[in-house]
Design a protein around this ligand. Structure first.
Ligand code: COI
Length: 356
């Protein structure tokens, strides 16, 4: 088990809410564990972190984040493992990505060791919130936002870093219906597409809502310049199995460097599956769907895990993909990833960080 460097001052709840919570009936992202970690950045330096009861924040209406969206976040998960313990999946990768997002959004770097200590100690404290069962995990949400009380446009001098956790099960309860979006854009070259910043998600809400009104769970975004290349879906990266080759858009600065995405690529390659990370055209996906060469498609993300795509719409056409049970490649890779995360097989990559 990992030993942490710095013991973080902790104020425990007087009474846990866990006894009032039915962990068998939870909606994704609606239930929060007892504690959160808070760390402020002031006068050019990080103050000591503290773990305190999960509670509302006090914030000036003039806080910069509320006006100009200088905010970034991460999503990672802790799992119950087959040996009865609890492990966090690839926290170092999320820490590194958060600091890359911070750089792009002109925010301070979070010391990596302290970030890891914070994740470990928060999960250790609230590990009983981790539900039992196949789809269960403890979702961990670190975020950082600009807290200056000021309405001029500038990088904030002060920031708040918070981590809280949520017991979760599936994000999507069924295979998803997606629509290829060729009108609106999520990102463009030189923009913030690969940063995990709040604004990327806010800008996608309106087009996604229009898609939802037409019966689609999510959009598949295309590039902002030509709309001829596939980028990512609203909450996840995307993969296509075209005649046994697993194809996913390359990281070109406009899409998220998904950690689930990277894990899937690594596992698939090690399982002997041909993987191509490259520009993926709408045309090749649509024509593969038209003539039955698209064997499966799925989204990959921390929250969504592997979300099978049931239907893809493009213009007036709608393609129904093969039954989930027939998707050998996607199921094989998904099963292997899940087995590693839950400690059911050896973890050859050192991805799990055991905390309890
Ligand atoms: C995640 O998969 O963790 C995400 O951050 C997606 C989120 C928007 C639900």
């Amino acid at each position: 088990m990992i030993t942490t460097g710095q013991k973080i001052a902790t104020q425990r709840v007087e009474r846990s809410r866990l006894q009032d919570t039915d962990l068998n009936n939870i909606k994704f992202g609606r239930v929060f564990s007892d504690h959160m970690l808070v760390m402020d950045f002031e006068d050019g330096a990080w103050k000591a972190p503290t773990i305190v009861p999960f509670a509302d924040l006090e914030l000036s209406p003039a806080a910069l984040v509320l006006h100009y969206s200088q905010t970034i976040f991460e999503g990672l998960k802790a799992y119950r493992t087959a040996n009865g313990g609890v492990s966090i999946f690839r926290p170092q990768a999320n820490i590194a990505r958060m600091n890359r997002s911070a750089k792009r959004m002109c925010m301070p770097q979070i010391p990596e060791d302290l970030f890891l200590d914070a994740l470990v100690q928060l999960v250790q404290l609230d590990k009983d919130w981790l539900p039992e069962g196949d789809e269960a995990s403890l979702y961990i949400r670190p975020f950082l936002f600009a807290s200056d009380e000021y309405i001029g446009v500038k990088p904030s001098d002060n920031y708040k870093f918070i981590i809280f956790t949520c017991p979760v099960r599936s994000y999507y309860n069924e295979p998803v219906r997606v629509k290829i979006e060729t009108n609106y854009s999520r990102a463009f070259p030189g923009g913030t597409g690969e940063a995990k910043c709040g604004g990327n998600y806010a800008g996608g809400l309106y087009p996604a809502k229009m898609g939802q009104d037409q019966g689609y769970h999510q959009l598949i975004w295309t590039d902002g310049l030509t709309h001829q290349f596939i980028e990512e879906s609203g909450t996840m990266n995307v993969f296509f199995n075209i005649e046994g080759t697993l194809i996913t858009p390359a990281l070109d600065g406009t899409i998220l460097h998904g950690i689930t995405r990277e894990s899937i690529i690594r596992i698939a390659q090690d399982e002997g599956i041909r993987v191509e990370e490259r520009p993926v055209t709408v045309e090749e996906v649509v024509s593969a769907a038209r003539n039955g060469r698209l064997r499966s498609a799925f989204g990959a993300g921390t929250a969504a895990t592997i979300a099978h795509i049931a239907t893809i719409a493009f213009g007036d056409e709608e393609f129904t993909l093969p039954e989930i049970a027939e998707r050998r490649l996607a199921n094989q890779v998904g099963q292997r990833l899940d087995d590693i995360r839950r400690g059911r097989v050896a973890d050859p990559y050192g991805w799990l960080v055991p905390v309890a």
